[in-house]
Each structure stands twice: as structure tokens, then as C-alpha cells.
Design a protein around this ligand. Sequence first.
Ligand code: HQG
Length: 184
Amino acid sequence: MTAVHLTKTSKFLSLVLRHEPEAIGLSLDDNGWADIDELIRLANADGKPVTRALIDEVVRDNDKQRFAISADGTRIRANQGHSIEVDLALTALEPPAVLYHGTATRFAKSIRNIGLVKQSRQHVHLSSDPDTATKVGSRHGKALVLSIRAGDMHARGLSFFQSENGIWLTDAVAPEFIDWPAQA
Ligand code: HQG
């Protein structure tokens, strides 16, 4: 399958598994899982040329491991990034002392005022290295990488989770836990 085809399918899966299952009439269970046969049937009825082989290839080769297939091979879900309410049943974990958040310079003023908030997603997303955070931030404009004192937050009783694809998730980050780069 060509890279363009795989990217298109990945974007389609992100849409229906994270944000708008109703776009094709799909239903997810409480933990975010969709039946793969049903997804294929509904996608095909909507004119999307999705096949099981294509889904398997996207799940296996996705650059960020965005999706997981259930152990019995019948269901699929997004590992993170949902705007719809799903319970990923993630276990709280102790984070590293410092994590990174990639954002855009245009959001700096508001972040200085109220800290990081989850906007339309279920969590604030944090990266374990600055390079990944830079890429995440560039999606929104000129990248700004903030250091988050996750260890201090955890010591104060705030919870952290890690998605199956390694992204750190938390509810919000108050301004006092954010260290800014010198030039920002
Ligand atoms: C910003 C991608 C103003 C926040 C990535 C971000 C990630 C504020 C934007 C995942 C703010 C939300 C999530 C405040 C936060 N004032 N702006 N107080 N607090 N923001 O897309 O973290 O490729 O919902 O900094 O790799 O950019 O889709 O979140 O810029 O893991 O798999 O509000 O999406 O993964 O944007 O990205 P998003 P995000 P995928």
C-alpha cells in the first residue's frame, strides 16, 4: 500500500475512533473499542475503500502507534487523543521529574495566565523529550517547548498516565509547574 493511502486511512481512523464515530454511524464501547468488521462495513457504505489488510498495516506501521487491536483481533481503538468521552482504563504512574509540552508561541500569554488546559481533548498531552514536543508544537505555529515539573506535580498528588504509545497525559498543568525557555 502506498504511504498516501496509509496516511489517508490513519486520518480516517483518527476521525472515527477519536472524535466522530457518528460520521459513519459507528458505535464505540465505554473503553473506546469499535468492532473492526462493523467499522469496515460502515466505512465501505460511506465510500471509503477500507479493508482489513489496510487496517492491519496502518496499526502495525503507524509512526506514532496511534491505534491498538484487541488481543482477540476483533476490535480496534485509538491509544489516545480522544475528544469524545472514553475510559481508556489507564493506570496512574509516577512520571519522570521533567516532561515537555510542545505548543505555539501565539498561545504563550494565555498559558502564562492559566497554565495548560486540555481544550477539546480528554487530557493535556506531554512528551518525554524536547524533540517530540517541538514537532507537536509546530502543528500549531512557531513551536514553543515548555518544561513541565512533573515530579513536583506528582509529589503534590496530581495524577499522570501513559498511553499505550508512550504519551504522558494529565488533567491540567498550573503555571507554577511550568519552566519557560529563556527567550520566550
Ligand atoms: C494549547 C498529536 C492557550 C496547547 C500530538 C496546544 C499530541 C493552550 C493546543 C496530541 C492553553 C491544543 C495532542 C491555554 C493548552 N491557552 N492554548 N491555557 N493550554 N493550550 O491538538 O498537545 O498526531 O488538542 O498547547 O502528537 O497539540 O494526533 O493538543 O497547542 O500527542 O496522534 O492548546 O495530538 O497526536 O491542541 O496535541 P491539541 P496537542 P496525533
